[in-house]
Design a binder for this molecule. Sequence first.
Ligand SMILES: Cc1ncc(COP(=O)(O)O)c(C=O)c1O
Length: 408
Amino acid sequence: MNTVSKGPEFVVSRAEGAWLWDENGDRYLDGTASLWYCNVGHGRAEIADAVHKQITTLDAYTVYGDFANGPALELSARLASHAPVADPRVILTCGGGESIETASKLARRYWAALGSPAKTHLISRTGGYHGLHGFGTSMGMDRFRAGFGPLIEQTSVVPHDSVEALEQEIQRVGPENVAAFFAEPVIGAGGVYAPEPDYFARVAELCRGYGVLFIVDSVICAFGRMGDWFGVERFGVSPDMIVFAKGVTSGYLPLGGVITSGEIADPFWNHPGNPFIHGTTYAGHPTCCAAALANLDILEREDLFTASLEVEAHLDVSLRTLSDHPLVREVRSGVGVMAAVELTEKALMEHGITTDEVFQEARARGVVLRAIPTSLLMSPPLIVSWQQIDHMTSTLRSALDAVAARHL
Ligand SMILES: Cc1ncc(COP(=O)(O)O)c(C=O)c1O
């Protein structure tokens, strides 16, 4: 609230491809695909046409009970056909945080249905971001947890890069009390941290061994951002659940969901009188699903999966040229179309430089980045060109130079 109470808002009035225009007609490169979601780029008439057609055919209708609609069924079948989940079932929601709520409740409810109601504890990773609903806030970073009083207490956080720490935590809490482990393939909002190549294979095995559900939060990493459908294929694992949102529609309309294994669905699916009581008004919204289907058509037809691997490689090469800048501690990139440029402790602590200053300088020069306390984050649309990536890098360098000139 304080950000906008201090001065005028930055009003975005138009967007096309990887470009944005403000209300004065000034152009900016969208270095973040809005909030990590606009995978196919802005201004796709094909998605607008699909949405128009759907609204004039069936605008919206509940999927309560046995009600269904064509786009929701088609989307669910299409997602299931690509998901690296055994015997997959799809629950549709309106976004990421809502999907985390769904997955958390389903994990607890599954164990209760199997006669283990004590299995309620949820483990997440340092730097993990799972949205700001009840469960997501409870599992999230300290700076997002403060000031709300008691949250869900059966949660804990382990170092993001240690399988051993996860095992110790499962043993400390007691496997008979742990419902699930949540992890993003690459930690996004928490600062872009990629796992060691064998981390997820080891985690999956560990969770299986202890009877802990392994839930992947692919809200950022799915739909091409990692060069594949669900952001975990390159790690060769098959989680119990995958949570998705953002890139499923490239943000044109709000949609998210959970893909769960048939084994987890089984107690509710095949046994009458044992419902999973959960759902929301707009779940399975046909118009949002129509937008998703058109978006997936574009991803597949333009093979943005392959293109994104090339963008990933170029982004890595381009941004690493910033490693020599005196304000830069580390560049994290090279796994997925996402990157972080972290400032040195000296810049932040001794010189009092903030990442927001760098963000402002970059935006004033026509590039939109994302600032978190220690780093600038980048996650451009997958259709970004190499020239646009280099433009982003050189603009960030100028922004860093301007901030350094002011402080050093
Ligand atoms: C990994 C991850 N999970 C969950 C969420 C929450 O999604 P939403 O903002 O749609 O509630 C986000 C949002 O950025 C996210 O990055």
